[in-house]
Design a protein around this ligand. Sequence first.
Ligand SMILES: Nc1ncnc2c1ncn2[C@@H]1O[C@H](COP(=O)(O)OP(=O)(O)OP(=O)(O)O)[C@@H](O)[C@H]1O
Length: 850
Amino acid sequence: MPVKGNQFRTNSFKDELPPKSAAKARVTAAKERSEILPKFNFDDGRIIKIAGLFFLILSIYFLVAFTSYLFTWQEDQSYVIDSNGGWSNLFRNSEELEKAGVVNPVVENWLGKFGALLSHQFIYEWFGIASFIFIAVFFIIGYRLLFKIRVASITKTLAYSFFLLVFGSVTLAFFHAFTSDFPHFLEGEFGFWTNRLLQAQIGNTGIAGLLAFAGLSALIVAYNIDFKLPSKEEREEAFVPVVPDESEEIEIEDDFRTQPVEFPLNRREQVAEPKTQASQLKQERIIPPVELETDIEQEVLIPRAPVAEAAAASLSLNVQRSEPELTINKTEDEKKADDLVQQFGQYDPKLDLSSYQYPTLELLENYGSNKISVNTDELEANKNKIVETLNHYNIEIDKIKATIGPTVTLYEIIPAPGVRISKIKNLEDDIALSLAALGIRIIAPMPGKGTIGIEVPNQHPEMVSMRSVLATDKFQNTTMDLPIALGKTISNEVFIADLAKMPHLLVAGATGQGKSVGINCILASLLYRKHPSELKFVLVDPKKVELTLFRKIERHFLAKLPGEEDAIITDTKKVINTLNSLCIEMDQRYDLLKNGQVRNLKEYNSKFINRKLNPEEGHRFLPFIVLVVDEFADLMMTAGKEVETPIARLAQLARAVGIHLVIATQRPSVNIITGTIKANFPARLAFRVLSKIDSRTILDTGGADQLIGRGDMLFSTGNDLIRLQCAFVDTPEVERISDFIGNQRGYSSAWMLPEYVDENGEGGSIKDFDPDDRDSLFEDAARLIVMHQQGSTSLIQRKLKLGYNRAGRLIDQLEAAGVVGPFEGSKAREVLLPDDYALEQFLDNLNKKQ
Ligand SMILES: Nc1ncnc2c1ncn2[C@@H]1O[C@H](COP(=O)(O)OP(=O)(O)OP(=O)(O)O)[C@@H](O)[C@H]1O
C-alpha cells in the first residue's frame, strides 16, 4: 500500500545543521542588531497620531492655499493652466516657462507654485469654492486621530461633505450660468459641465426642481423632519439622534446590544472605545488592539404564514405521492363543534369590543437621548483604579473588559491563574472606596463565564424610557402570553419577561427607589399588548394614591366584587373579600377545566374558541387575571393570616387557571414575606433595599442593598440574577394611557368577580328580607325569573335594562324572599317557584303581610 501524505517524517538534513555554538552566535548577533536599531511598536497608536497630525497640517495648508487663490488666481492664471503646461510647470525653469507661454513665472500664491497649482486643481478644475469643504473634512479627521476627540461622526462627515461638494458646485454653476457662459472658479469645471449636461437633458426648470429636491432631502436626512401621520406607529429608529455630542464620549445607540471592550493590560495603550454593531468597522480602524466579541444575538422571526404555506405545500406533496390517507375519527361532540365553527366561525372573545384600539406609542414620552454616553476617561480611570487596588493586594489580572449599560458598566476580570476568587470578593469595600462610588457590586464568579464581574455605576446614568422599550421589535413581535417589559440589561438589551411563566412576581424596594414606576411599567406593558377581553386586573392599593390612575379603565380591564362602587380596592376588609372571591374564581375555573377535560387556561380557551365547550353548561371564555397588590406590608400588618391564607392558596394553585399575582412591598421583612409566600414566588424583583438582611429576604442573597436606586434593580428567577435598569414611565404618561383606553367604548361595567359571602356577616348579601323595603321592580324581576326559570342577575340586568348594582340587589332580595336559591358559582341560581300561578299566589301573600 502506498504511504499517504507527507512521507518526510524524519529530518534527513539533521546532520547538515550548523553546530549549536554557531546558532547561538547568530542569535546574539541578531539581538545586538535589534538593540542598535530603534524599537518601533506600531500597535500603540503612534501611527495614528502621526496620521492625525498630517491631516491637521494638510487642512491648514489647504486653507492658506485656497484663501490665497481667491486673491491671486488672476495673476497665477498663466502659470497654472493646462495649455501652458499645468502641473509639469512645477519642474521647469523660468526659461522653459517663458517658452511655454507663461507670462508670470513667479507665482503670487502664498504657498508658492505648489499652492497655486493645487488650488487651481481643486477650485478651478474640480469643484469651485465648494472645495473649501475639504479643509473641514481634513480638520475633523485630523483632530479626531490626534486628540481622540470626536468633533463629529467621521462617516457622517464624509457623507455630508460629498453631498455638499457636488450640490454646492452644481448649484453655483446653475445660478452662474445665467450671467456667464464660461467655467469659473465659483463652480469649478465639474459644476460647470454637470450643469451643462443637465441643462441639455432636463432644462433649467428640471435642474431647479432636482436641486430643490436634493437640498430638502438632505435637510430631512440631517434633521429628521417628521412627516409621519399621527396614527402611524413610530419605529424605534426615529429616536436615534442626529446631532452628535460635542464631548469626548462613547455613544451607543439604543437598539444595539453593547459589546464588551477589552483593556490591554501589558502595554500602555489607549482605552478602546466600546462598539456597537454599526460603528464596529469605523472604530476598528482607529483603535487596532480592541478585541471584540462577535456573538451578537439576533432574534430571527419566522413569520407564521410561510410556515403554514410550507405545511400546506408538504401536504399537497403528500397527496401527489398518493400515500395512504389518514382519517381521524371524530366524536359526536367534535363533529358538532366543527359544524358550529363552520356555521358561525370561531368564537371571537374580542367581538364585543371589536373596535378597541390598542394604546399608541405617541402617548409615551421619550426621555434622555436614547444613547449611552460614557466618557472614555471615566472608563480608563475606573479600569486603572480596579487594577491598582487589586495589584495593591497582590492580585494579578490577565485581562479586563468592560460592557457599558444604561446605569452601570460591568468590568469583567480574568484573574491570573492561582488567584483565589474569595480574595477578590473580600475586596468589595476596598474597590468601592478606591472608586469612590456607591453601588459597586462584585459577582464572583460570573455564572457560566469564568470571569469576575465588577459593576460600577456610570457617572451619567441614562434614563431608559418606556417608549424606547415598547417600540422595539422584540416587544412588538413577542409571542408571550403576558409580556412585561422591565427595562434594559447591562448590555443595553431590552429585557422582556412573561408573567404567565413566572407565574407570580414579588417586588420589593425601599421607598423612593422606583417600585411604583416598576409596577406602572408592568401594567403599561400589559395594556399595550392585551385586549380587554383577554386580561383583567384586580388592583389593591392600600396607599390609595398609586393605582388610582387606572380607575378610568374600569370598564375595560378591571375586575371587582359585585356591588362594589370602586374597582380599585383600598380597604383591608374588602381586600380580604376580594382575595377570597379570587379563590372562588380559581376553584370555579378548576371545575371548568375539569369539565372541559383540559389542563390549563390556554387549552381551555382554545377549546372554547373552537366551540367545543358549551356555554349552556357554564363554560365561558376565561381572561387572564392579574392581581396587583401595592404595599403588601400594610395588609399583612392589619390583616395578617386573613390575607396570607388566600394569597398563599392563590400563589400555590392559580397559575394553571390564568390568575397571576404581582405583590409589592417596601419592607421585605420575614414576617411580611413569610416562608409560605416566598416559596410560591420564584420570580422576585428587588429595587434598592436598605440592608443586606432585606436583600437576603427578597433575593436569598445580598446585592439589592448595593443598588443605586432610581430604577436600578435585580431580577431573580430562582437561579439567575440579572441586573436591570427599569424603564421609566411617568404619571402623566400613565394618565394618558388610561384616558386613551377609558375614552373608548367599554363593557357595561367592570368584570365581575364571584360573590363572596363573609361568614362573619360583614359585607355579605342581605339575608333578612323586609317586604316594606322591596325594590320597586321586585315583582317584575320575580315574574321575569319565574317565566325564564333562570335565576341570573344578568337576565334581570338585560331585560329590565338595569345596572349591575341594582340587578344584584334585586337578586339578593329575591333570594331572601325565597324566589331563587343561593348563589351557585358559575351556574344560574335555582328558581324555587315552578310557574306564574305559584308566583302570583306568593306575591299576594307577600302583599297581604305588608
Ligand atoms: N426607572 C427609573 N428611571 C429613572 N428614574 C426613576 C426610575 N424609577 C424611579 N425613578 C425616580 O425615583 C423616584 C421615585 O420612584 P417611585 O415613586 O417609583 O418610588 P417608590 O419606590 O414607589 O417609592 P414609594 O414606595 O415611596 O412610593 C421617581 O419619581 C423618579 O424620579
